[in-house]
Design a protein around this ligand. Structure first.
Ligand SMILES: *Cc1c(COP(=O)(O)O)cnc(C)c1O
Length: 394
């Protein structure tokens, strides 16, 4: 049996004709820059994320870049972020002439550890750090309650890299009460950044991205920077870029957004099925496999309700990772390593500086493996994956 890491055809099949009809309609409209499809998607995403503003942009990378530009981050500045993410999170910082400062991850959630953030900020006596970028890795929110408390204490804005986490939610218990509030990824910081890269839970037919914000002035600035900073047109008080989202992509995304919650549900079901199958095969910690978790060590044992994980990736931590990966490849099962190096280990950075070792990140980079989790993956395929892993350890 062949099991790809990602197959977009099952979800495409659900909407293929509707998408094609829509593409033809946009082509015939002759409206190819900005316009009603982009504005429509912005309204719908703002609604979906419970924020007041959404600005369509050209990619997740550009969403991060334009957000840092809106905070006037530049040469001499520093930005605090996680060393365990896709390169774009750090690339945008370096492109603006600023430097990343890394806080290591929590080894259970793989997300940035708030205690490590605080330890760094305590030592930042020159106040060089201008922003904090937590990443909601794999579709699970970082500990935004603590991160926002730190952000407020030090007066440093948070840009949420929610590229992998559109629709993920973070639960904030009310102290001394049974109640609490759910917050959508991207809705707590000064802004949240999404990517519509095809492999994300909401993927376009190419590149696209979105910045969401509750802050009117910030959103207005991002809107201007998206289009070369001109206001009124041809009068430029600041330097932006061409970071616009294509109407063609926006139109397709509006169709796909209608099915997004259903697809999140299918990914979550698949994750549950893996969890059960690994239990049945008795492969779970303290044996060979550590399952992904929607549980924080902290805060207060709220367990799995703390997070609505959308499983952009299903990540296991395994013994003899590289050998296992080869074994699975021989059985036609595709897997991936996200990510083989910490950002602090990337050559383009180590040439400039000599960053501190990041213990939990470097360990995760050697031990984690992404298994297929996409909507449309069949139970038979999942059984085959788990069986093959069990065979490896026997
Ligand atoms: C995908 C991704 C990005 C970049 O998004 P693009 O749309 O590919 O530019 C940024 N950060 C993270 C964490 C990502 O996974």
């Amino acid at each position: 049996m062949k099991v790809p890491l990602l197959d977009l055809s099952p979800t495409l099949a659900e909407q293929r004709q509707e998408i094609i009809d829509k593409v033809i309609q946009v082509v015939d409209s002759t409206r190819y820059i900005q316009g009603p499809e982009v504005e429509g998607l912005e309204d719908e995403i703002a609604d979906y994320c419970s924020v007041s503003h959404a600005i369509g942009v050209s990619s997740g990378t550009d969403a991060l870049l334009v957000s840092l530009m809106a905070l006037d981050v530049g040469p001499g500045d520093q930005v605090l972020t996680t060393p365990y993410s896709f390169f774009a999170t750090m690339g945008v910082i370096l492109r603006l002439g600023a430097m990343p400062v890394f806080a290591d991850i929590d080894p259970i959630s793989y997300n940035i550890d708030p205690s490590a953030i605080e330890a760094i900020l305590e030592k930042d006596s020159e106040r060089k750090i201008k922003a904090i970028i937590p990443v909601h890795l794999y579709g699970q929110c970082a500990d935004m309650k603590r991160i926002m408390a730190i952000s407020e204490k030090y007066g440093i804005p948070v840009i949420e890299d929610a590229a992998q986490a559109i629709g993920a939610e973070f639960y904030e218990p009310e102290s001394g009460s049974e109640n609490g509030n759910w917050h959508k990824a991207g809705s707590l910081g000064v802004c949240g950044c999404f990517s519509f890269f095809p492999s994300k839970n909401l993927g376009a037919l190419g590149d696209g991205g979105m910045v969401v914000s509750r802050d009117e002035a910030f959103a207005q600035k991002v809107r201007l920077l998206r289009n070369h900073g001109g206001a009124p047109k041809y009068y430029h008080s600041m330097v932006g870029g061409n970071f616009r989202l294509d109407p063609l992509q926006a139109a397709v995304l509006r169709i796909k957004l209608k099915n997004l919650e259903k697809w999140h549900g299918q990914r979550r079901e698949n994750a549950e099925r893996y969890n059960t199958l690994f239990q049945v095969e008795k492969l779970i910690e303290p044996a060979q496999i550590t399952l992904p978790t929607a549980v924080f060590k902290d805060p207060v044992g709220r367990n799995s309700r703390s997070n609505y994980h959308i499983y952009n990736q299903y990540i296991v931590r395994v013994e003899r990772r590289d050998e296992l990966r080869n074994w699975l490849a021989q059985k036609d099962i595709a897997t991936e390593i996200y990510y083989p190096l910490g950002l602090h280990q990337q050559e383009c950075l180590t040439k400039m500086t000599n960053p501190h070792p990041m213990v939990h990140t470097e360990k995760a980079a050697k031990e984690t493996l992404a298994l297929p989790i996409y909507p449309g993956l069949t139970p038979e395929m999942q059984e085959y994956v788990v069986k093959s892993i069990a065979d490896f350890y026997r």
